[in-house]
Structures are given as C-alpha cells and as structure tokens.
Design a protein. Sequence first.
Length: 164
Amino acid sequence: MSKLRKTILGTVVLLMSVTSVAAKPEHSAAEKQWERGRYLVKIGGCNDCHTPGYAQSGGAVPEKDWLVGDRLGWQGPWGTTYPPNLRLYMQTLSEKQWVKTAHTREYRPPMPWFALHAMTTRDLKAIYHFVRHLGPAGEAAPAYLPPGQVASGPVVQFPAPPKK
Ligand code: HEC
C-alpha cells in the first residue's frame, strides 16, 4: 500500500471512530427512554388488554407483538369496547398531542384512563417513544359497539352494576 493510501485509510478510520464516539450519548439517552417506556408498559398493565393473549399466557408474548390491539371485546352497560392498536395509534400523534390527550381524555370501561391521568409527563413521553420505537404493526381493532348491538366475536361479559 502506498504511503498516501495508508494516510487516507488512517484518516477515514479515525473519522469513523470520532463520529461513533460523538453519536453515542444521544443514542444512549434514547435507549434509556425506551427502557423506561418498556418498564412502564409492563408494570402499567397495558399489555393485559392491548396485546392478544398476554394475560392468558402469563406475559409470554414477544415484544414485537406487543400493543397491536385485540379482537376480544369487553361488554357491559357501556356497550362493547375493543382495546385499540396502540402501535398504529402512536403514529398518528405528536409527542405533545399524546401528552395532552393522555392527561385529559376519559375512555369507556375497562380502559383505566385515570392511570394515564396520574402519570407524569416524563413517563407519558417514555411510553410514547417506546411504542413508536416498536414501530407500526398489526391492524385496527374492531370499532366500538353501542349497548344492544351484538358483537360478532368473543366478548368478556361484565355483570350489571349493583342495584342502588
Ligand atoms: C383492562 C383493559 C385495559 C388496560 C389495562 C389498558 N387499556 Fe387502554 N383501552 C382499553 C379499551 C377497551 C379501550 C377502548 C376504550 C373506548 O372505546 O372508549 C382503550 C383505549 C386506549 C387508548 C385510546 C386509543 C385511541 O385509539 O383513541 C389509549 C391511548 C390507551 N387505551 C392506552 C393504554 C395504556 C398506555 C395502557 C397502560 C397504562 C392501557 N391503555 C391499559 C383497555 C385497556
């Protein structure tokens, strides 16, 4: 190898290592946020309803299949609700819109919207970036059915509320 070629090669290798060192801190900050989001989704029970088979299998669903929504309906006096596909949903919002929505919206049962209201902005952001990091997957869950409308698939039936 000529001296000039060696020098060029040496410069390229040096530049590559400099850029990788410079890029590292940002990368690990994002990874830390995903890690926090993963933890919150896990302990916050989001998979229990938004991931098919998660609760029934003791959580044995690979992460790539998390939060794709479910065709299992939840039926009660409110009608029939279906846990939406959060992998697709998070793609439709900015981080700011998500934080505002999560802190203010009230959903039909059994969605624990009050748990989202209680979360810090930092934690909501972590969930948002984790779900977006997983990327879009799956299909839209069935649409909500008002009371009295018959569901075509399986449902979990809630008892009528106690009489006063
Ligand atoms: C007990 C079941 C259950 C659990 C646990 C649960 N959800 Fe839900 N979620 C639902 C159902 C059912 C709906 C649909 C409610 C409706 O139709 O109004 C819903 C709706 C939502 C929506 C609205 C999406 C849209 O398309 O507008 C978001 C966002 C959401 N859930 C996020 C979460 C997060 C984050 C967690 C974990 C902290 C979680 N959910 C835990 C059942 C659940």
